[in-house]
Design a protein around this ligand. Structure first.
Ligand code: SAH
Length: 346
């Protein structure tokens, strides 16, 4: 009977050290292998050149390295790159590299598909197949860092969890991945350059606050009126705005980190003065800023980007109330790499 080998990267450093001790080797060997697995992103045991051949064979007999593979890379006319990433079990997720003059941002996925049901998002149409493991999230970042160095001559500078999936529905693995990304034993990036974007799971936002995480939080709000929000993001019925608001107030009281609200203005849905006023009120519960993002059409016209006039009304009203607002244009639209367009279309 074939024994199913364990993914070696599911082990902590301490577990790896312990494994070597049990094998009659030195705990230090565990440190060496750990460095190969994370800092050096080795894809196979044979790459571990300072480990003896016998030890490498022994590792091979006991473990696998479930490394991701970038199956297809598409480049947009604006420089954006989209990777179709194949996981060890054949499933595919997507991640995106977004270059600007000063930054390279990686937009990474946290789940295969998504269990939420936002009606304007292409990923929502793929049902949630499974959560990504910490190493699968980490590998997406490494792949984009390599592409950034290769095509833009600089390392990756920022990470946003705005790809496929709801990061707070896979919180433990996202947190473990961020630990590796920020650790000097991994990529050594500053947590201040990482933003986790969520549709808003109040209980987990409170947990993050209690753990005093150091990365940023973005909330996909899209409406500050329950009735409207539930009609476009049905899970809002389970996590209503009152609970979200309370969790965000708690987040700010613990972390003193401003919250970013992501917001699309759609024709006939939230392009009214009443909608803006509700947003202004919501923004006052905890210090925040608003990103007005452009709608990336995914369907036959049920949702349509509101007029420039409506977006200006939002901008002016927010500014008048002392709330920072940015209007963000989407990148990578021609290769379906923009927000909400990730749906494994090639
Ligand atoms: N589940 C997380 C992260 C993935 S979505 C979240 O909800 O935040 C990343 C961002 O893209 C969210 O702000 C989401 O509301 C937005 N988005 C989804 N579909 C979109 C579309 N078609 N056009 C523009 N933005 C969209």
């Amino acid at each position: 009977m074939e024994i199913k080998k364990k993914d070696i990267r599911a082990l902590t450093k301490e577990q790896l050290r312990q494994f070597f001790v049990e094998q009659g080797d030195k705990a230090f060997r565990g440190n060496q292998v750990y460095e190969w697995l994370w800092q050096k992103s080795a894809h196979d045991f044979d790459a571990m050149t300072n480990i003896s051949k016998e030890t490498r064979q022994m590792l091979e007999d006991n473990f696998v390295i479930n490394h991701i593979r970038v199956d297809q890379m598409q480049r947009s006319s604006d420089g954006t790159i989209k990777n179709a990433v194949r996981l060890h079990d054949g499933l595919i997720v997507e991640s995106v590299l977004i270059p600007t003059d000063t930054r390279t941002t990686a937009c990474v996925s946290s789940q295969v598909g998504c269990s939420l049901d936002c009606r304007f998002c292409a990923t929502a149409r793929l049902k949630r197949m499974r959560n990504l493991n910490p190493d699968e999230i980490y590998d997406q970042v490494v792949a984009i860092d390599n592409e950034s160095r290769l095509y833009f001559d600089r390392p990756l500078s920022n990470i946003v969890f705005m790809g496929m999936g709801e990061p707070l529905m896979n919180y433990n693995n996202v947190l473990k991945a961020i630990d590796k990304i920020t650790s000097p034993e991994g990529l050594g990036m500053s947590p201040k350059r990482i933003v986790v974007s969520t549709s808003g799971v109040p209980k987990i936002i409170k947990k993050m606050a209690d753990e005093e995480v150091k990365f940023g939080l973005a909330v996909s709000l899209h409406s500050a009126i329950d009735e409207v929000r539930t009609s476009i993001m049905p899970f809002n019925a389970t996590f209503p705005l009152k609970d979200l608001r309370e969790a965000l107030e708690y987040w700010y009281s613990k972390t003193k980190n401003k919250i970013t609200y992501e917001y699309v203005v759609w024709k006939g849905i939230n392009d009214t003065q009443e909608a803006v006023d509700a947003l202004v009120k919501f923004c006052k519960f905890a210090p925040s800023k608003v990103n007005l993002i452009e709608y990336n059409p995914i369907d036959d016209g049920e949702f349509q980007q509101a007029s420039n006039k409506a977006v200006e009304m939002y901008q002016n009203t927010l500014e008048r109330n002392g709330i920072t607002v940015t209007v963000r244009r989407s990148r990578g639209k021609d290769i379906d790499a923009a927000c909400g367009q990730l749906a494994n279309k090639q």
